[in-house]
Design a protein around this ligand. Structure first.
Ligand code: NAG
Ligand code: NAG
Length: 429
């Protein structure tokens, strides 16, 4: 007789485990809507084919004060605006996207003044928003390069663009596709760098804000692992075998004034790292093969596209095959046993496309069923896009990621390579 309640309890626990526990749903949309000046404008935009609601897939997020930025790449027609935001305190569960800084600045094909396609973006400590415009329309074989790749930086206080930098022809190649950006601010706002991962052209591009110039690293660690190109997400099987360097995150500042840039190709289960001291030195291009480090593999089903590290050195990464978000406490070596799944949800977290930590140490996640959208189709009667949120401390409670100590700039904490990377470093080099 005692067996039954126990079994029921177990079933209950198993059932609950399939939906997000710690992450709280913040926004949800069945289909993306934009904030048009009036209902009439919306109707006209639909009538003219300028707005096709079913073609918008939100991909990247960023949080700055009371704004949640949401990007929508122009993979298909009818996307009014690629860079948008919603007010975090919106009373709606599905607020329409507001073009940022305005609709005109999001004009497709207006290379000088407009943004054509934006994937991921980063707000920095100096209240600047760093946005890479890929200048593209379409996806895969249909991609048209209507404008050159250009970095756009906005002043978030004035909503004015303060810089536009076109990548040099040498920064890109025939296969270039860049969807990720990280920003590295040093001691002053002027001392800032951005790093861009070229997923299909296999490069890492560095931009110096002070010098207003860029350079490009090549490395075999940027290539996909040929054994890791097979994906199954939400029961859909497909091959993304040529996807190289993708997600990146920066460690807190180390004693010598540098940070670690962690990265992983998309078709790979392995993590790699390189010091920003290497990346920031343009003379190192072509002379730094051994300064890139190979860490361990995360284990089966651990493709990731997005990661972020908080000020305590806890890295969060999306686990797209597991409908989950994972963490690594970088106080310990990059090894499976020092990783944990902080939350998963087989409905709500299908393709968690982007993860970010805000200034109050909350983790934000957007999930968008991207693989279904690209490889099959979405059912717009269902909720397809969700934004989740949770305080980091709550999320890592009871996991190996709990109890990370704030990195100190002085002292030896986390600086020693052996300590950070464990045996892998000595094993490989
Ligand atoms: C930075 O370089 C770009 C060239 O891509 C140029 O158009 C722009 O004026 C420069 N900005 C500054 C602040 O020097
Ligand atoms: C940049 O790299 C070159 C070549 O490795 C080296 O000689 C130089 O000292 C480095 N500069 C800095 C500022 O570290």
């Amino acid at each position: 007789m005692e067996m039954l309640p126990k079994l029921l309890l177990l079933l209950l626990i198993l059932d609950v485990a399939r939906s997000a526990q710690k992450l709280q749903e913040f926004f949800e949309w069945k289909i993306m809507d934009f904030d048009f000046p009036s209902e009439r404008d919306r109707a006209m935009a639909i009538f003219r084919g300028k707005y096709k609601p079913e073609n918008s897939l939100p991909v990247g997020i960023e949080i700055w004060r009371d704004k949640l930025f949401v990007t929508v790449p122009r993979w298909k027609e009818g996307i009014p605006s690629t860079l948008n935001y919603v007010p975090i305190n919106s009373p709606l569960k599905n607020p329409p996207l507001i073009p940022y800084p305005d609709l005109k600045s999001n004009e497709l094909g207006n290379c000088e003044q407009g943004l054509s396609t934006v994937y991921r973006l980063k707000a920095d400590a100096c209240d600047r928003l760093w946005v890479l415009d890929t200048g593209t329309f379409g996806i895969d074989k249909t991609t048209q390069n209507v404008c050159p790749y250009a970095l756009n930086i906005f002043d978030l206080n004035t909503n004015k663009r303060i810089r536009r930098y076109e990548f040099r022809p040498e920064d890109v190649n025939m296969n270039t596709f860049i969807a990720n950006i990280v920003v590295d601010v040093g001691k002053t706002c002027d001392d800032a760098h951005a790093y861009f991962s070229d997923e299909l052209g296999y490069g890492l591009i560095v931009y110096s804000f002070k010098k207003n110039t860029s350079w490009r690293f090549a490395h075999s660690f940027f290539l996909p692992d040929p054994l890791r190109g097979d994906f199954t997400i939400d029961k859909l099987n497909f091959q993304w075998g040529s996807e190289g360097i993708f997600g990146m995150s920066l460690s807190p500042l180390q004693e010598d004034g540098s940070k670690w840039l962690y990265f992983s190709p998309l078709a790979s289960h392995r993590e790699f790292a390189v010091s920003t001291a290497t990346l920031k030195n343009s003379s190192k291009v072509g002379e730094s093969w051994r300064e890139f480090l190979a860490l361990e593999e995360r284990g089966p089903n651990s493709h990731t596209t997005s990661r972020v590290m908080d000020e305590f050195g806890v890295q969060f990464f999306n686990l797209i095959d597991q409908n989950a978000v994972g963490c690594w406490n970088s106080q310990y070596p990059y090894h499976k046993k020092n990783h944990a799944v902080v939350d998963r949800d087989d409905v709500g977290l299908i393709f968690p496309a982007d993860v970010k930590v805000d200034g109050n140490r909350n983790l934000w996640v957007i999930s968008d069923r991207m693989s279904n959208f690209l490889e099959a189709s979405l059912d717009y009667n269902e909720v397809n896009f969700r934004v989740y949120f949770a305080p980091v401390e709550k999320l890592i409670e009871g996991t190996v990621c709990q109890g990370a100590k704030r990195y100190r700039v002085s002292g030896n904490y986390g600086f020693d390579r052996y300590h950070v990377f464990g045996h892998d470093y000595n094993y490989l080099f």
